[in-house]
Design a protein around this ligand. Structure first.
Ligand code: GUN
Length: 298
């Protein structure tokens, strides 16, 4: 059998970013507001600094206004909540992203609850989590959906067309990826099995899957002989490993070389799901600005 077709998330993300830039330009040309994204970083975690910088930079590139809040690691929860309340009330801000993880002295659930659900471009507010879990099959997503799961579902629908009736095995049950991916696939009329560290016979379940989505943060966890020939494998994992000569390299949660000759479709790491996350954040920000202006989502 031929090798799996690689799903090029980088190329898809470029296309999505172009569509968002066009949407921003159209919104502004018709007298609408310039979409505004506020990013908040508490503390100076180097990886988070890189993420936040890339989000602000891309927002500006796509014609949005970007507001970058860098707070000291010792910022109190009350101070952070006060900033969020100010941004909730500011009409120039359509999206508020609080970079996670937060320092330990701040209760993340209080922070996620404080963000106006209409500005919750991460889709983490309990109201938006509930909407995702209770929508009617086929109904439009007219509320923010978590970015990485949205990217996963866009890539799958682009590669496979209709997902209806397919059996999807989701490995990992996190709030950030596993659960919202499962909800999106259920909405697309997949039969969804959510699996986790206590699941019995995970390889056997995977062998029944038309779609495997893995997000558990364990390098090369899913093996080639777990995969049904022709299945689609979406690898959300990003694990940094030390390779030859002390260099580091990124590998996914799926054993790429073993799966390549078996699967029908496979996302590489890097260049698969990764680039979709920030592109979907921009998409969510545009949608929030359209809703704020009383327009339909695109
Ligand atoms: N930290 C890691 N991933 C994410 C994400 O998608 N959103 C936010 N806000 N923080 C993160």
């Amino acid at each position: 059998m031929a090798d799996a077709k690689l799903i090029d998330g980088r190329a898809f993300a470029v296309g999505l970013r172009h569509r968002v830039a066009k949407g921003v330009a159209e919104l502004v040309a018709t007298g609408g507001p310039k979409p505004g994204l506020a990013t908040i970083l508490v503390g100076a975690d180097p990886a988070s600094q890189v993420y936040v910088r890339s989000k602000g930079k891309l927002a500006a590139e796509l014609g949005m206004a970007s507001f970058d809040y860098r707070l000291a690691a010792e910022t109190t929860e009350a101070e952070l909540l006060a900033l969020i309340a100010k941004l909730n009330g500011d009409p120039a801000i359509n999206g508020i992203l609080v970079q996670l993880p937060l320092p330990k002295h701040i209760d993340t659930s209080h922070v996620l609850l404080a963000v106006d659900p209409a500005k919750d471009v991460d889709g983490f507010h309990p109201i938006n989590v509930g909407r995702l879990g209770s929508i009617v099959s086929g109904a439009p997503l007219d509320f923010p959906v978590p970015c990485t799961p949205l990217g996963v579902s866009m890539l799958l629908q682009d590669a496979l067309g209709s997902l209806s009736g397919r059996h999807a095995v989701v490995i990992g049950r996190s709030n950030l990826v596993g659960r919202p991916v499962a909800q999106l696939l259920l909405r697309a009329d997949c039969t969804v099995t959510i699996t986790h560290s206590r699941t019995r016979d995970l390889p056997g379940l995977c062998r029944q899957a038309d779609i495997v989505v893995v997000a558990i943060g364990k390098r090369e966890f899913v093996r080639g002989d777990w995969i049904k020939p022709g299945a689609a494998v979406i690898d959300v994992g990003i694990n940094r490993i030390v390779a030859a000569a002390g260099r580091t390299r990124l590998v996914g949660d799926a054993a790429f070389a073993e799966i390549l000759p078996v699967a029908g479709y496979l996302t590489p790491v890097p260049g698969g799901v990764g680039p979709m996350t920030v592109a979907c954040l921009m998409f969510n920000t545009l949608q929030a600005a359209r809703r704020a202006a009383g327009l339909k989502v695109v």
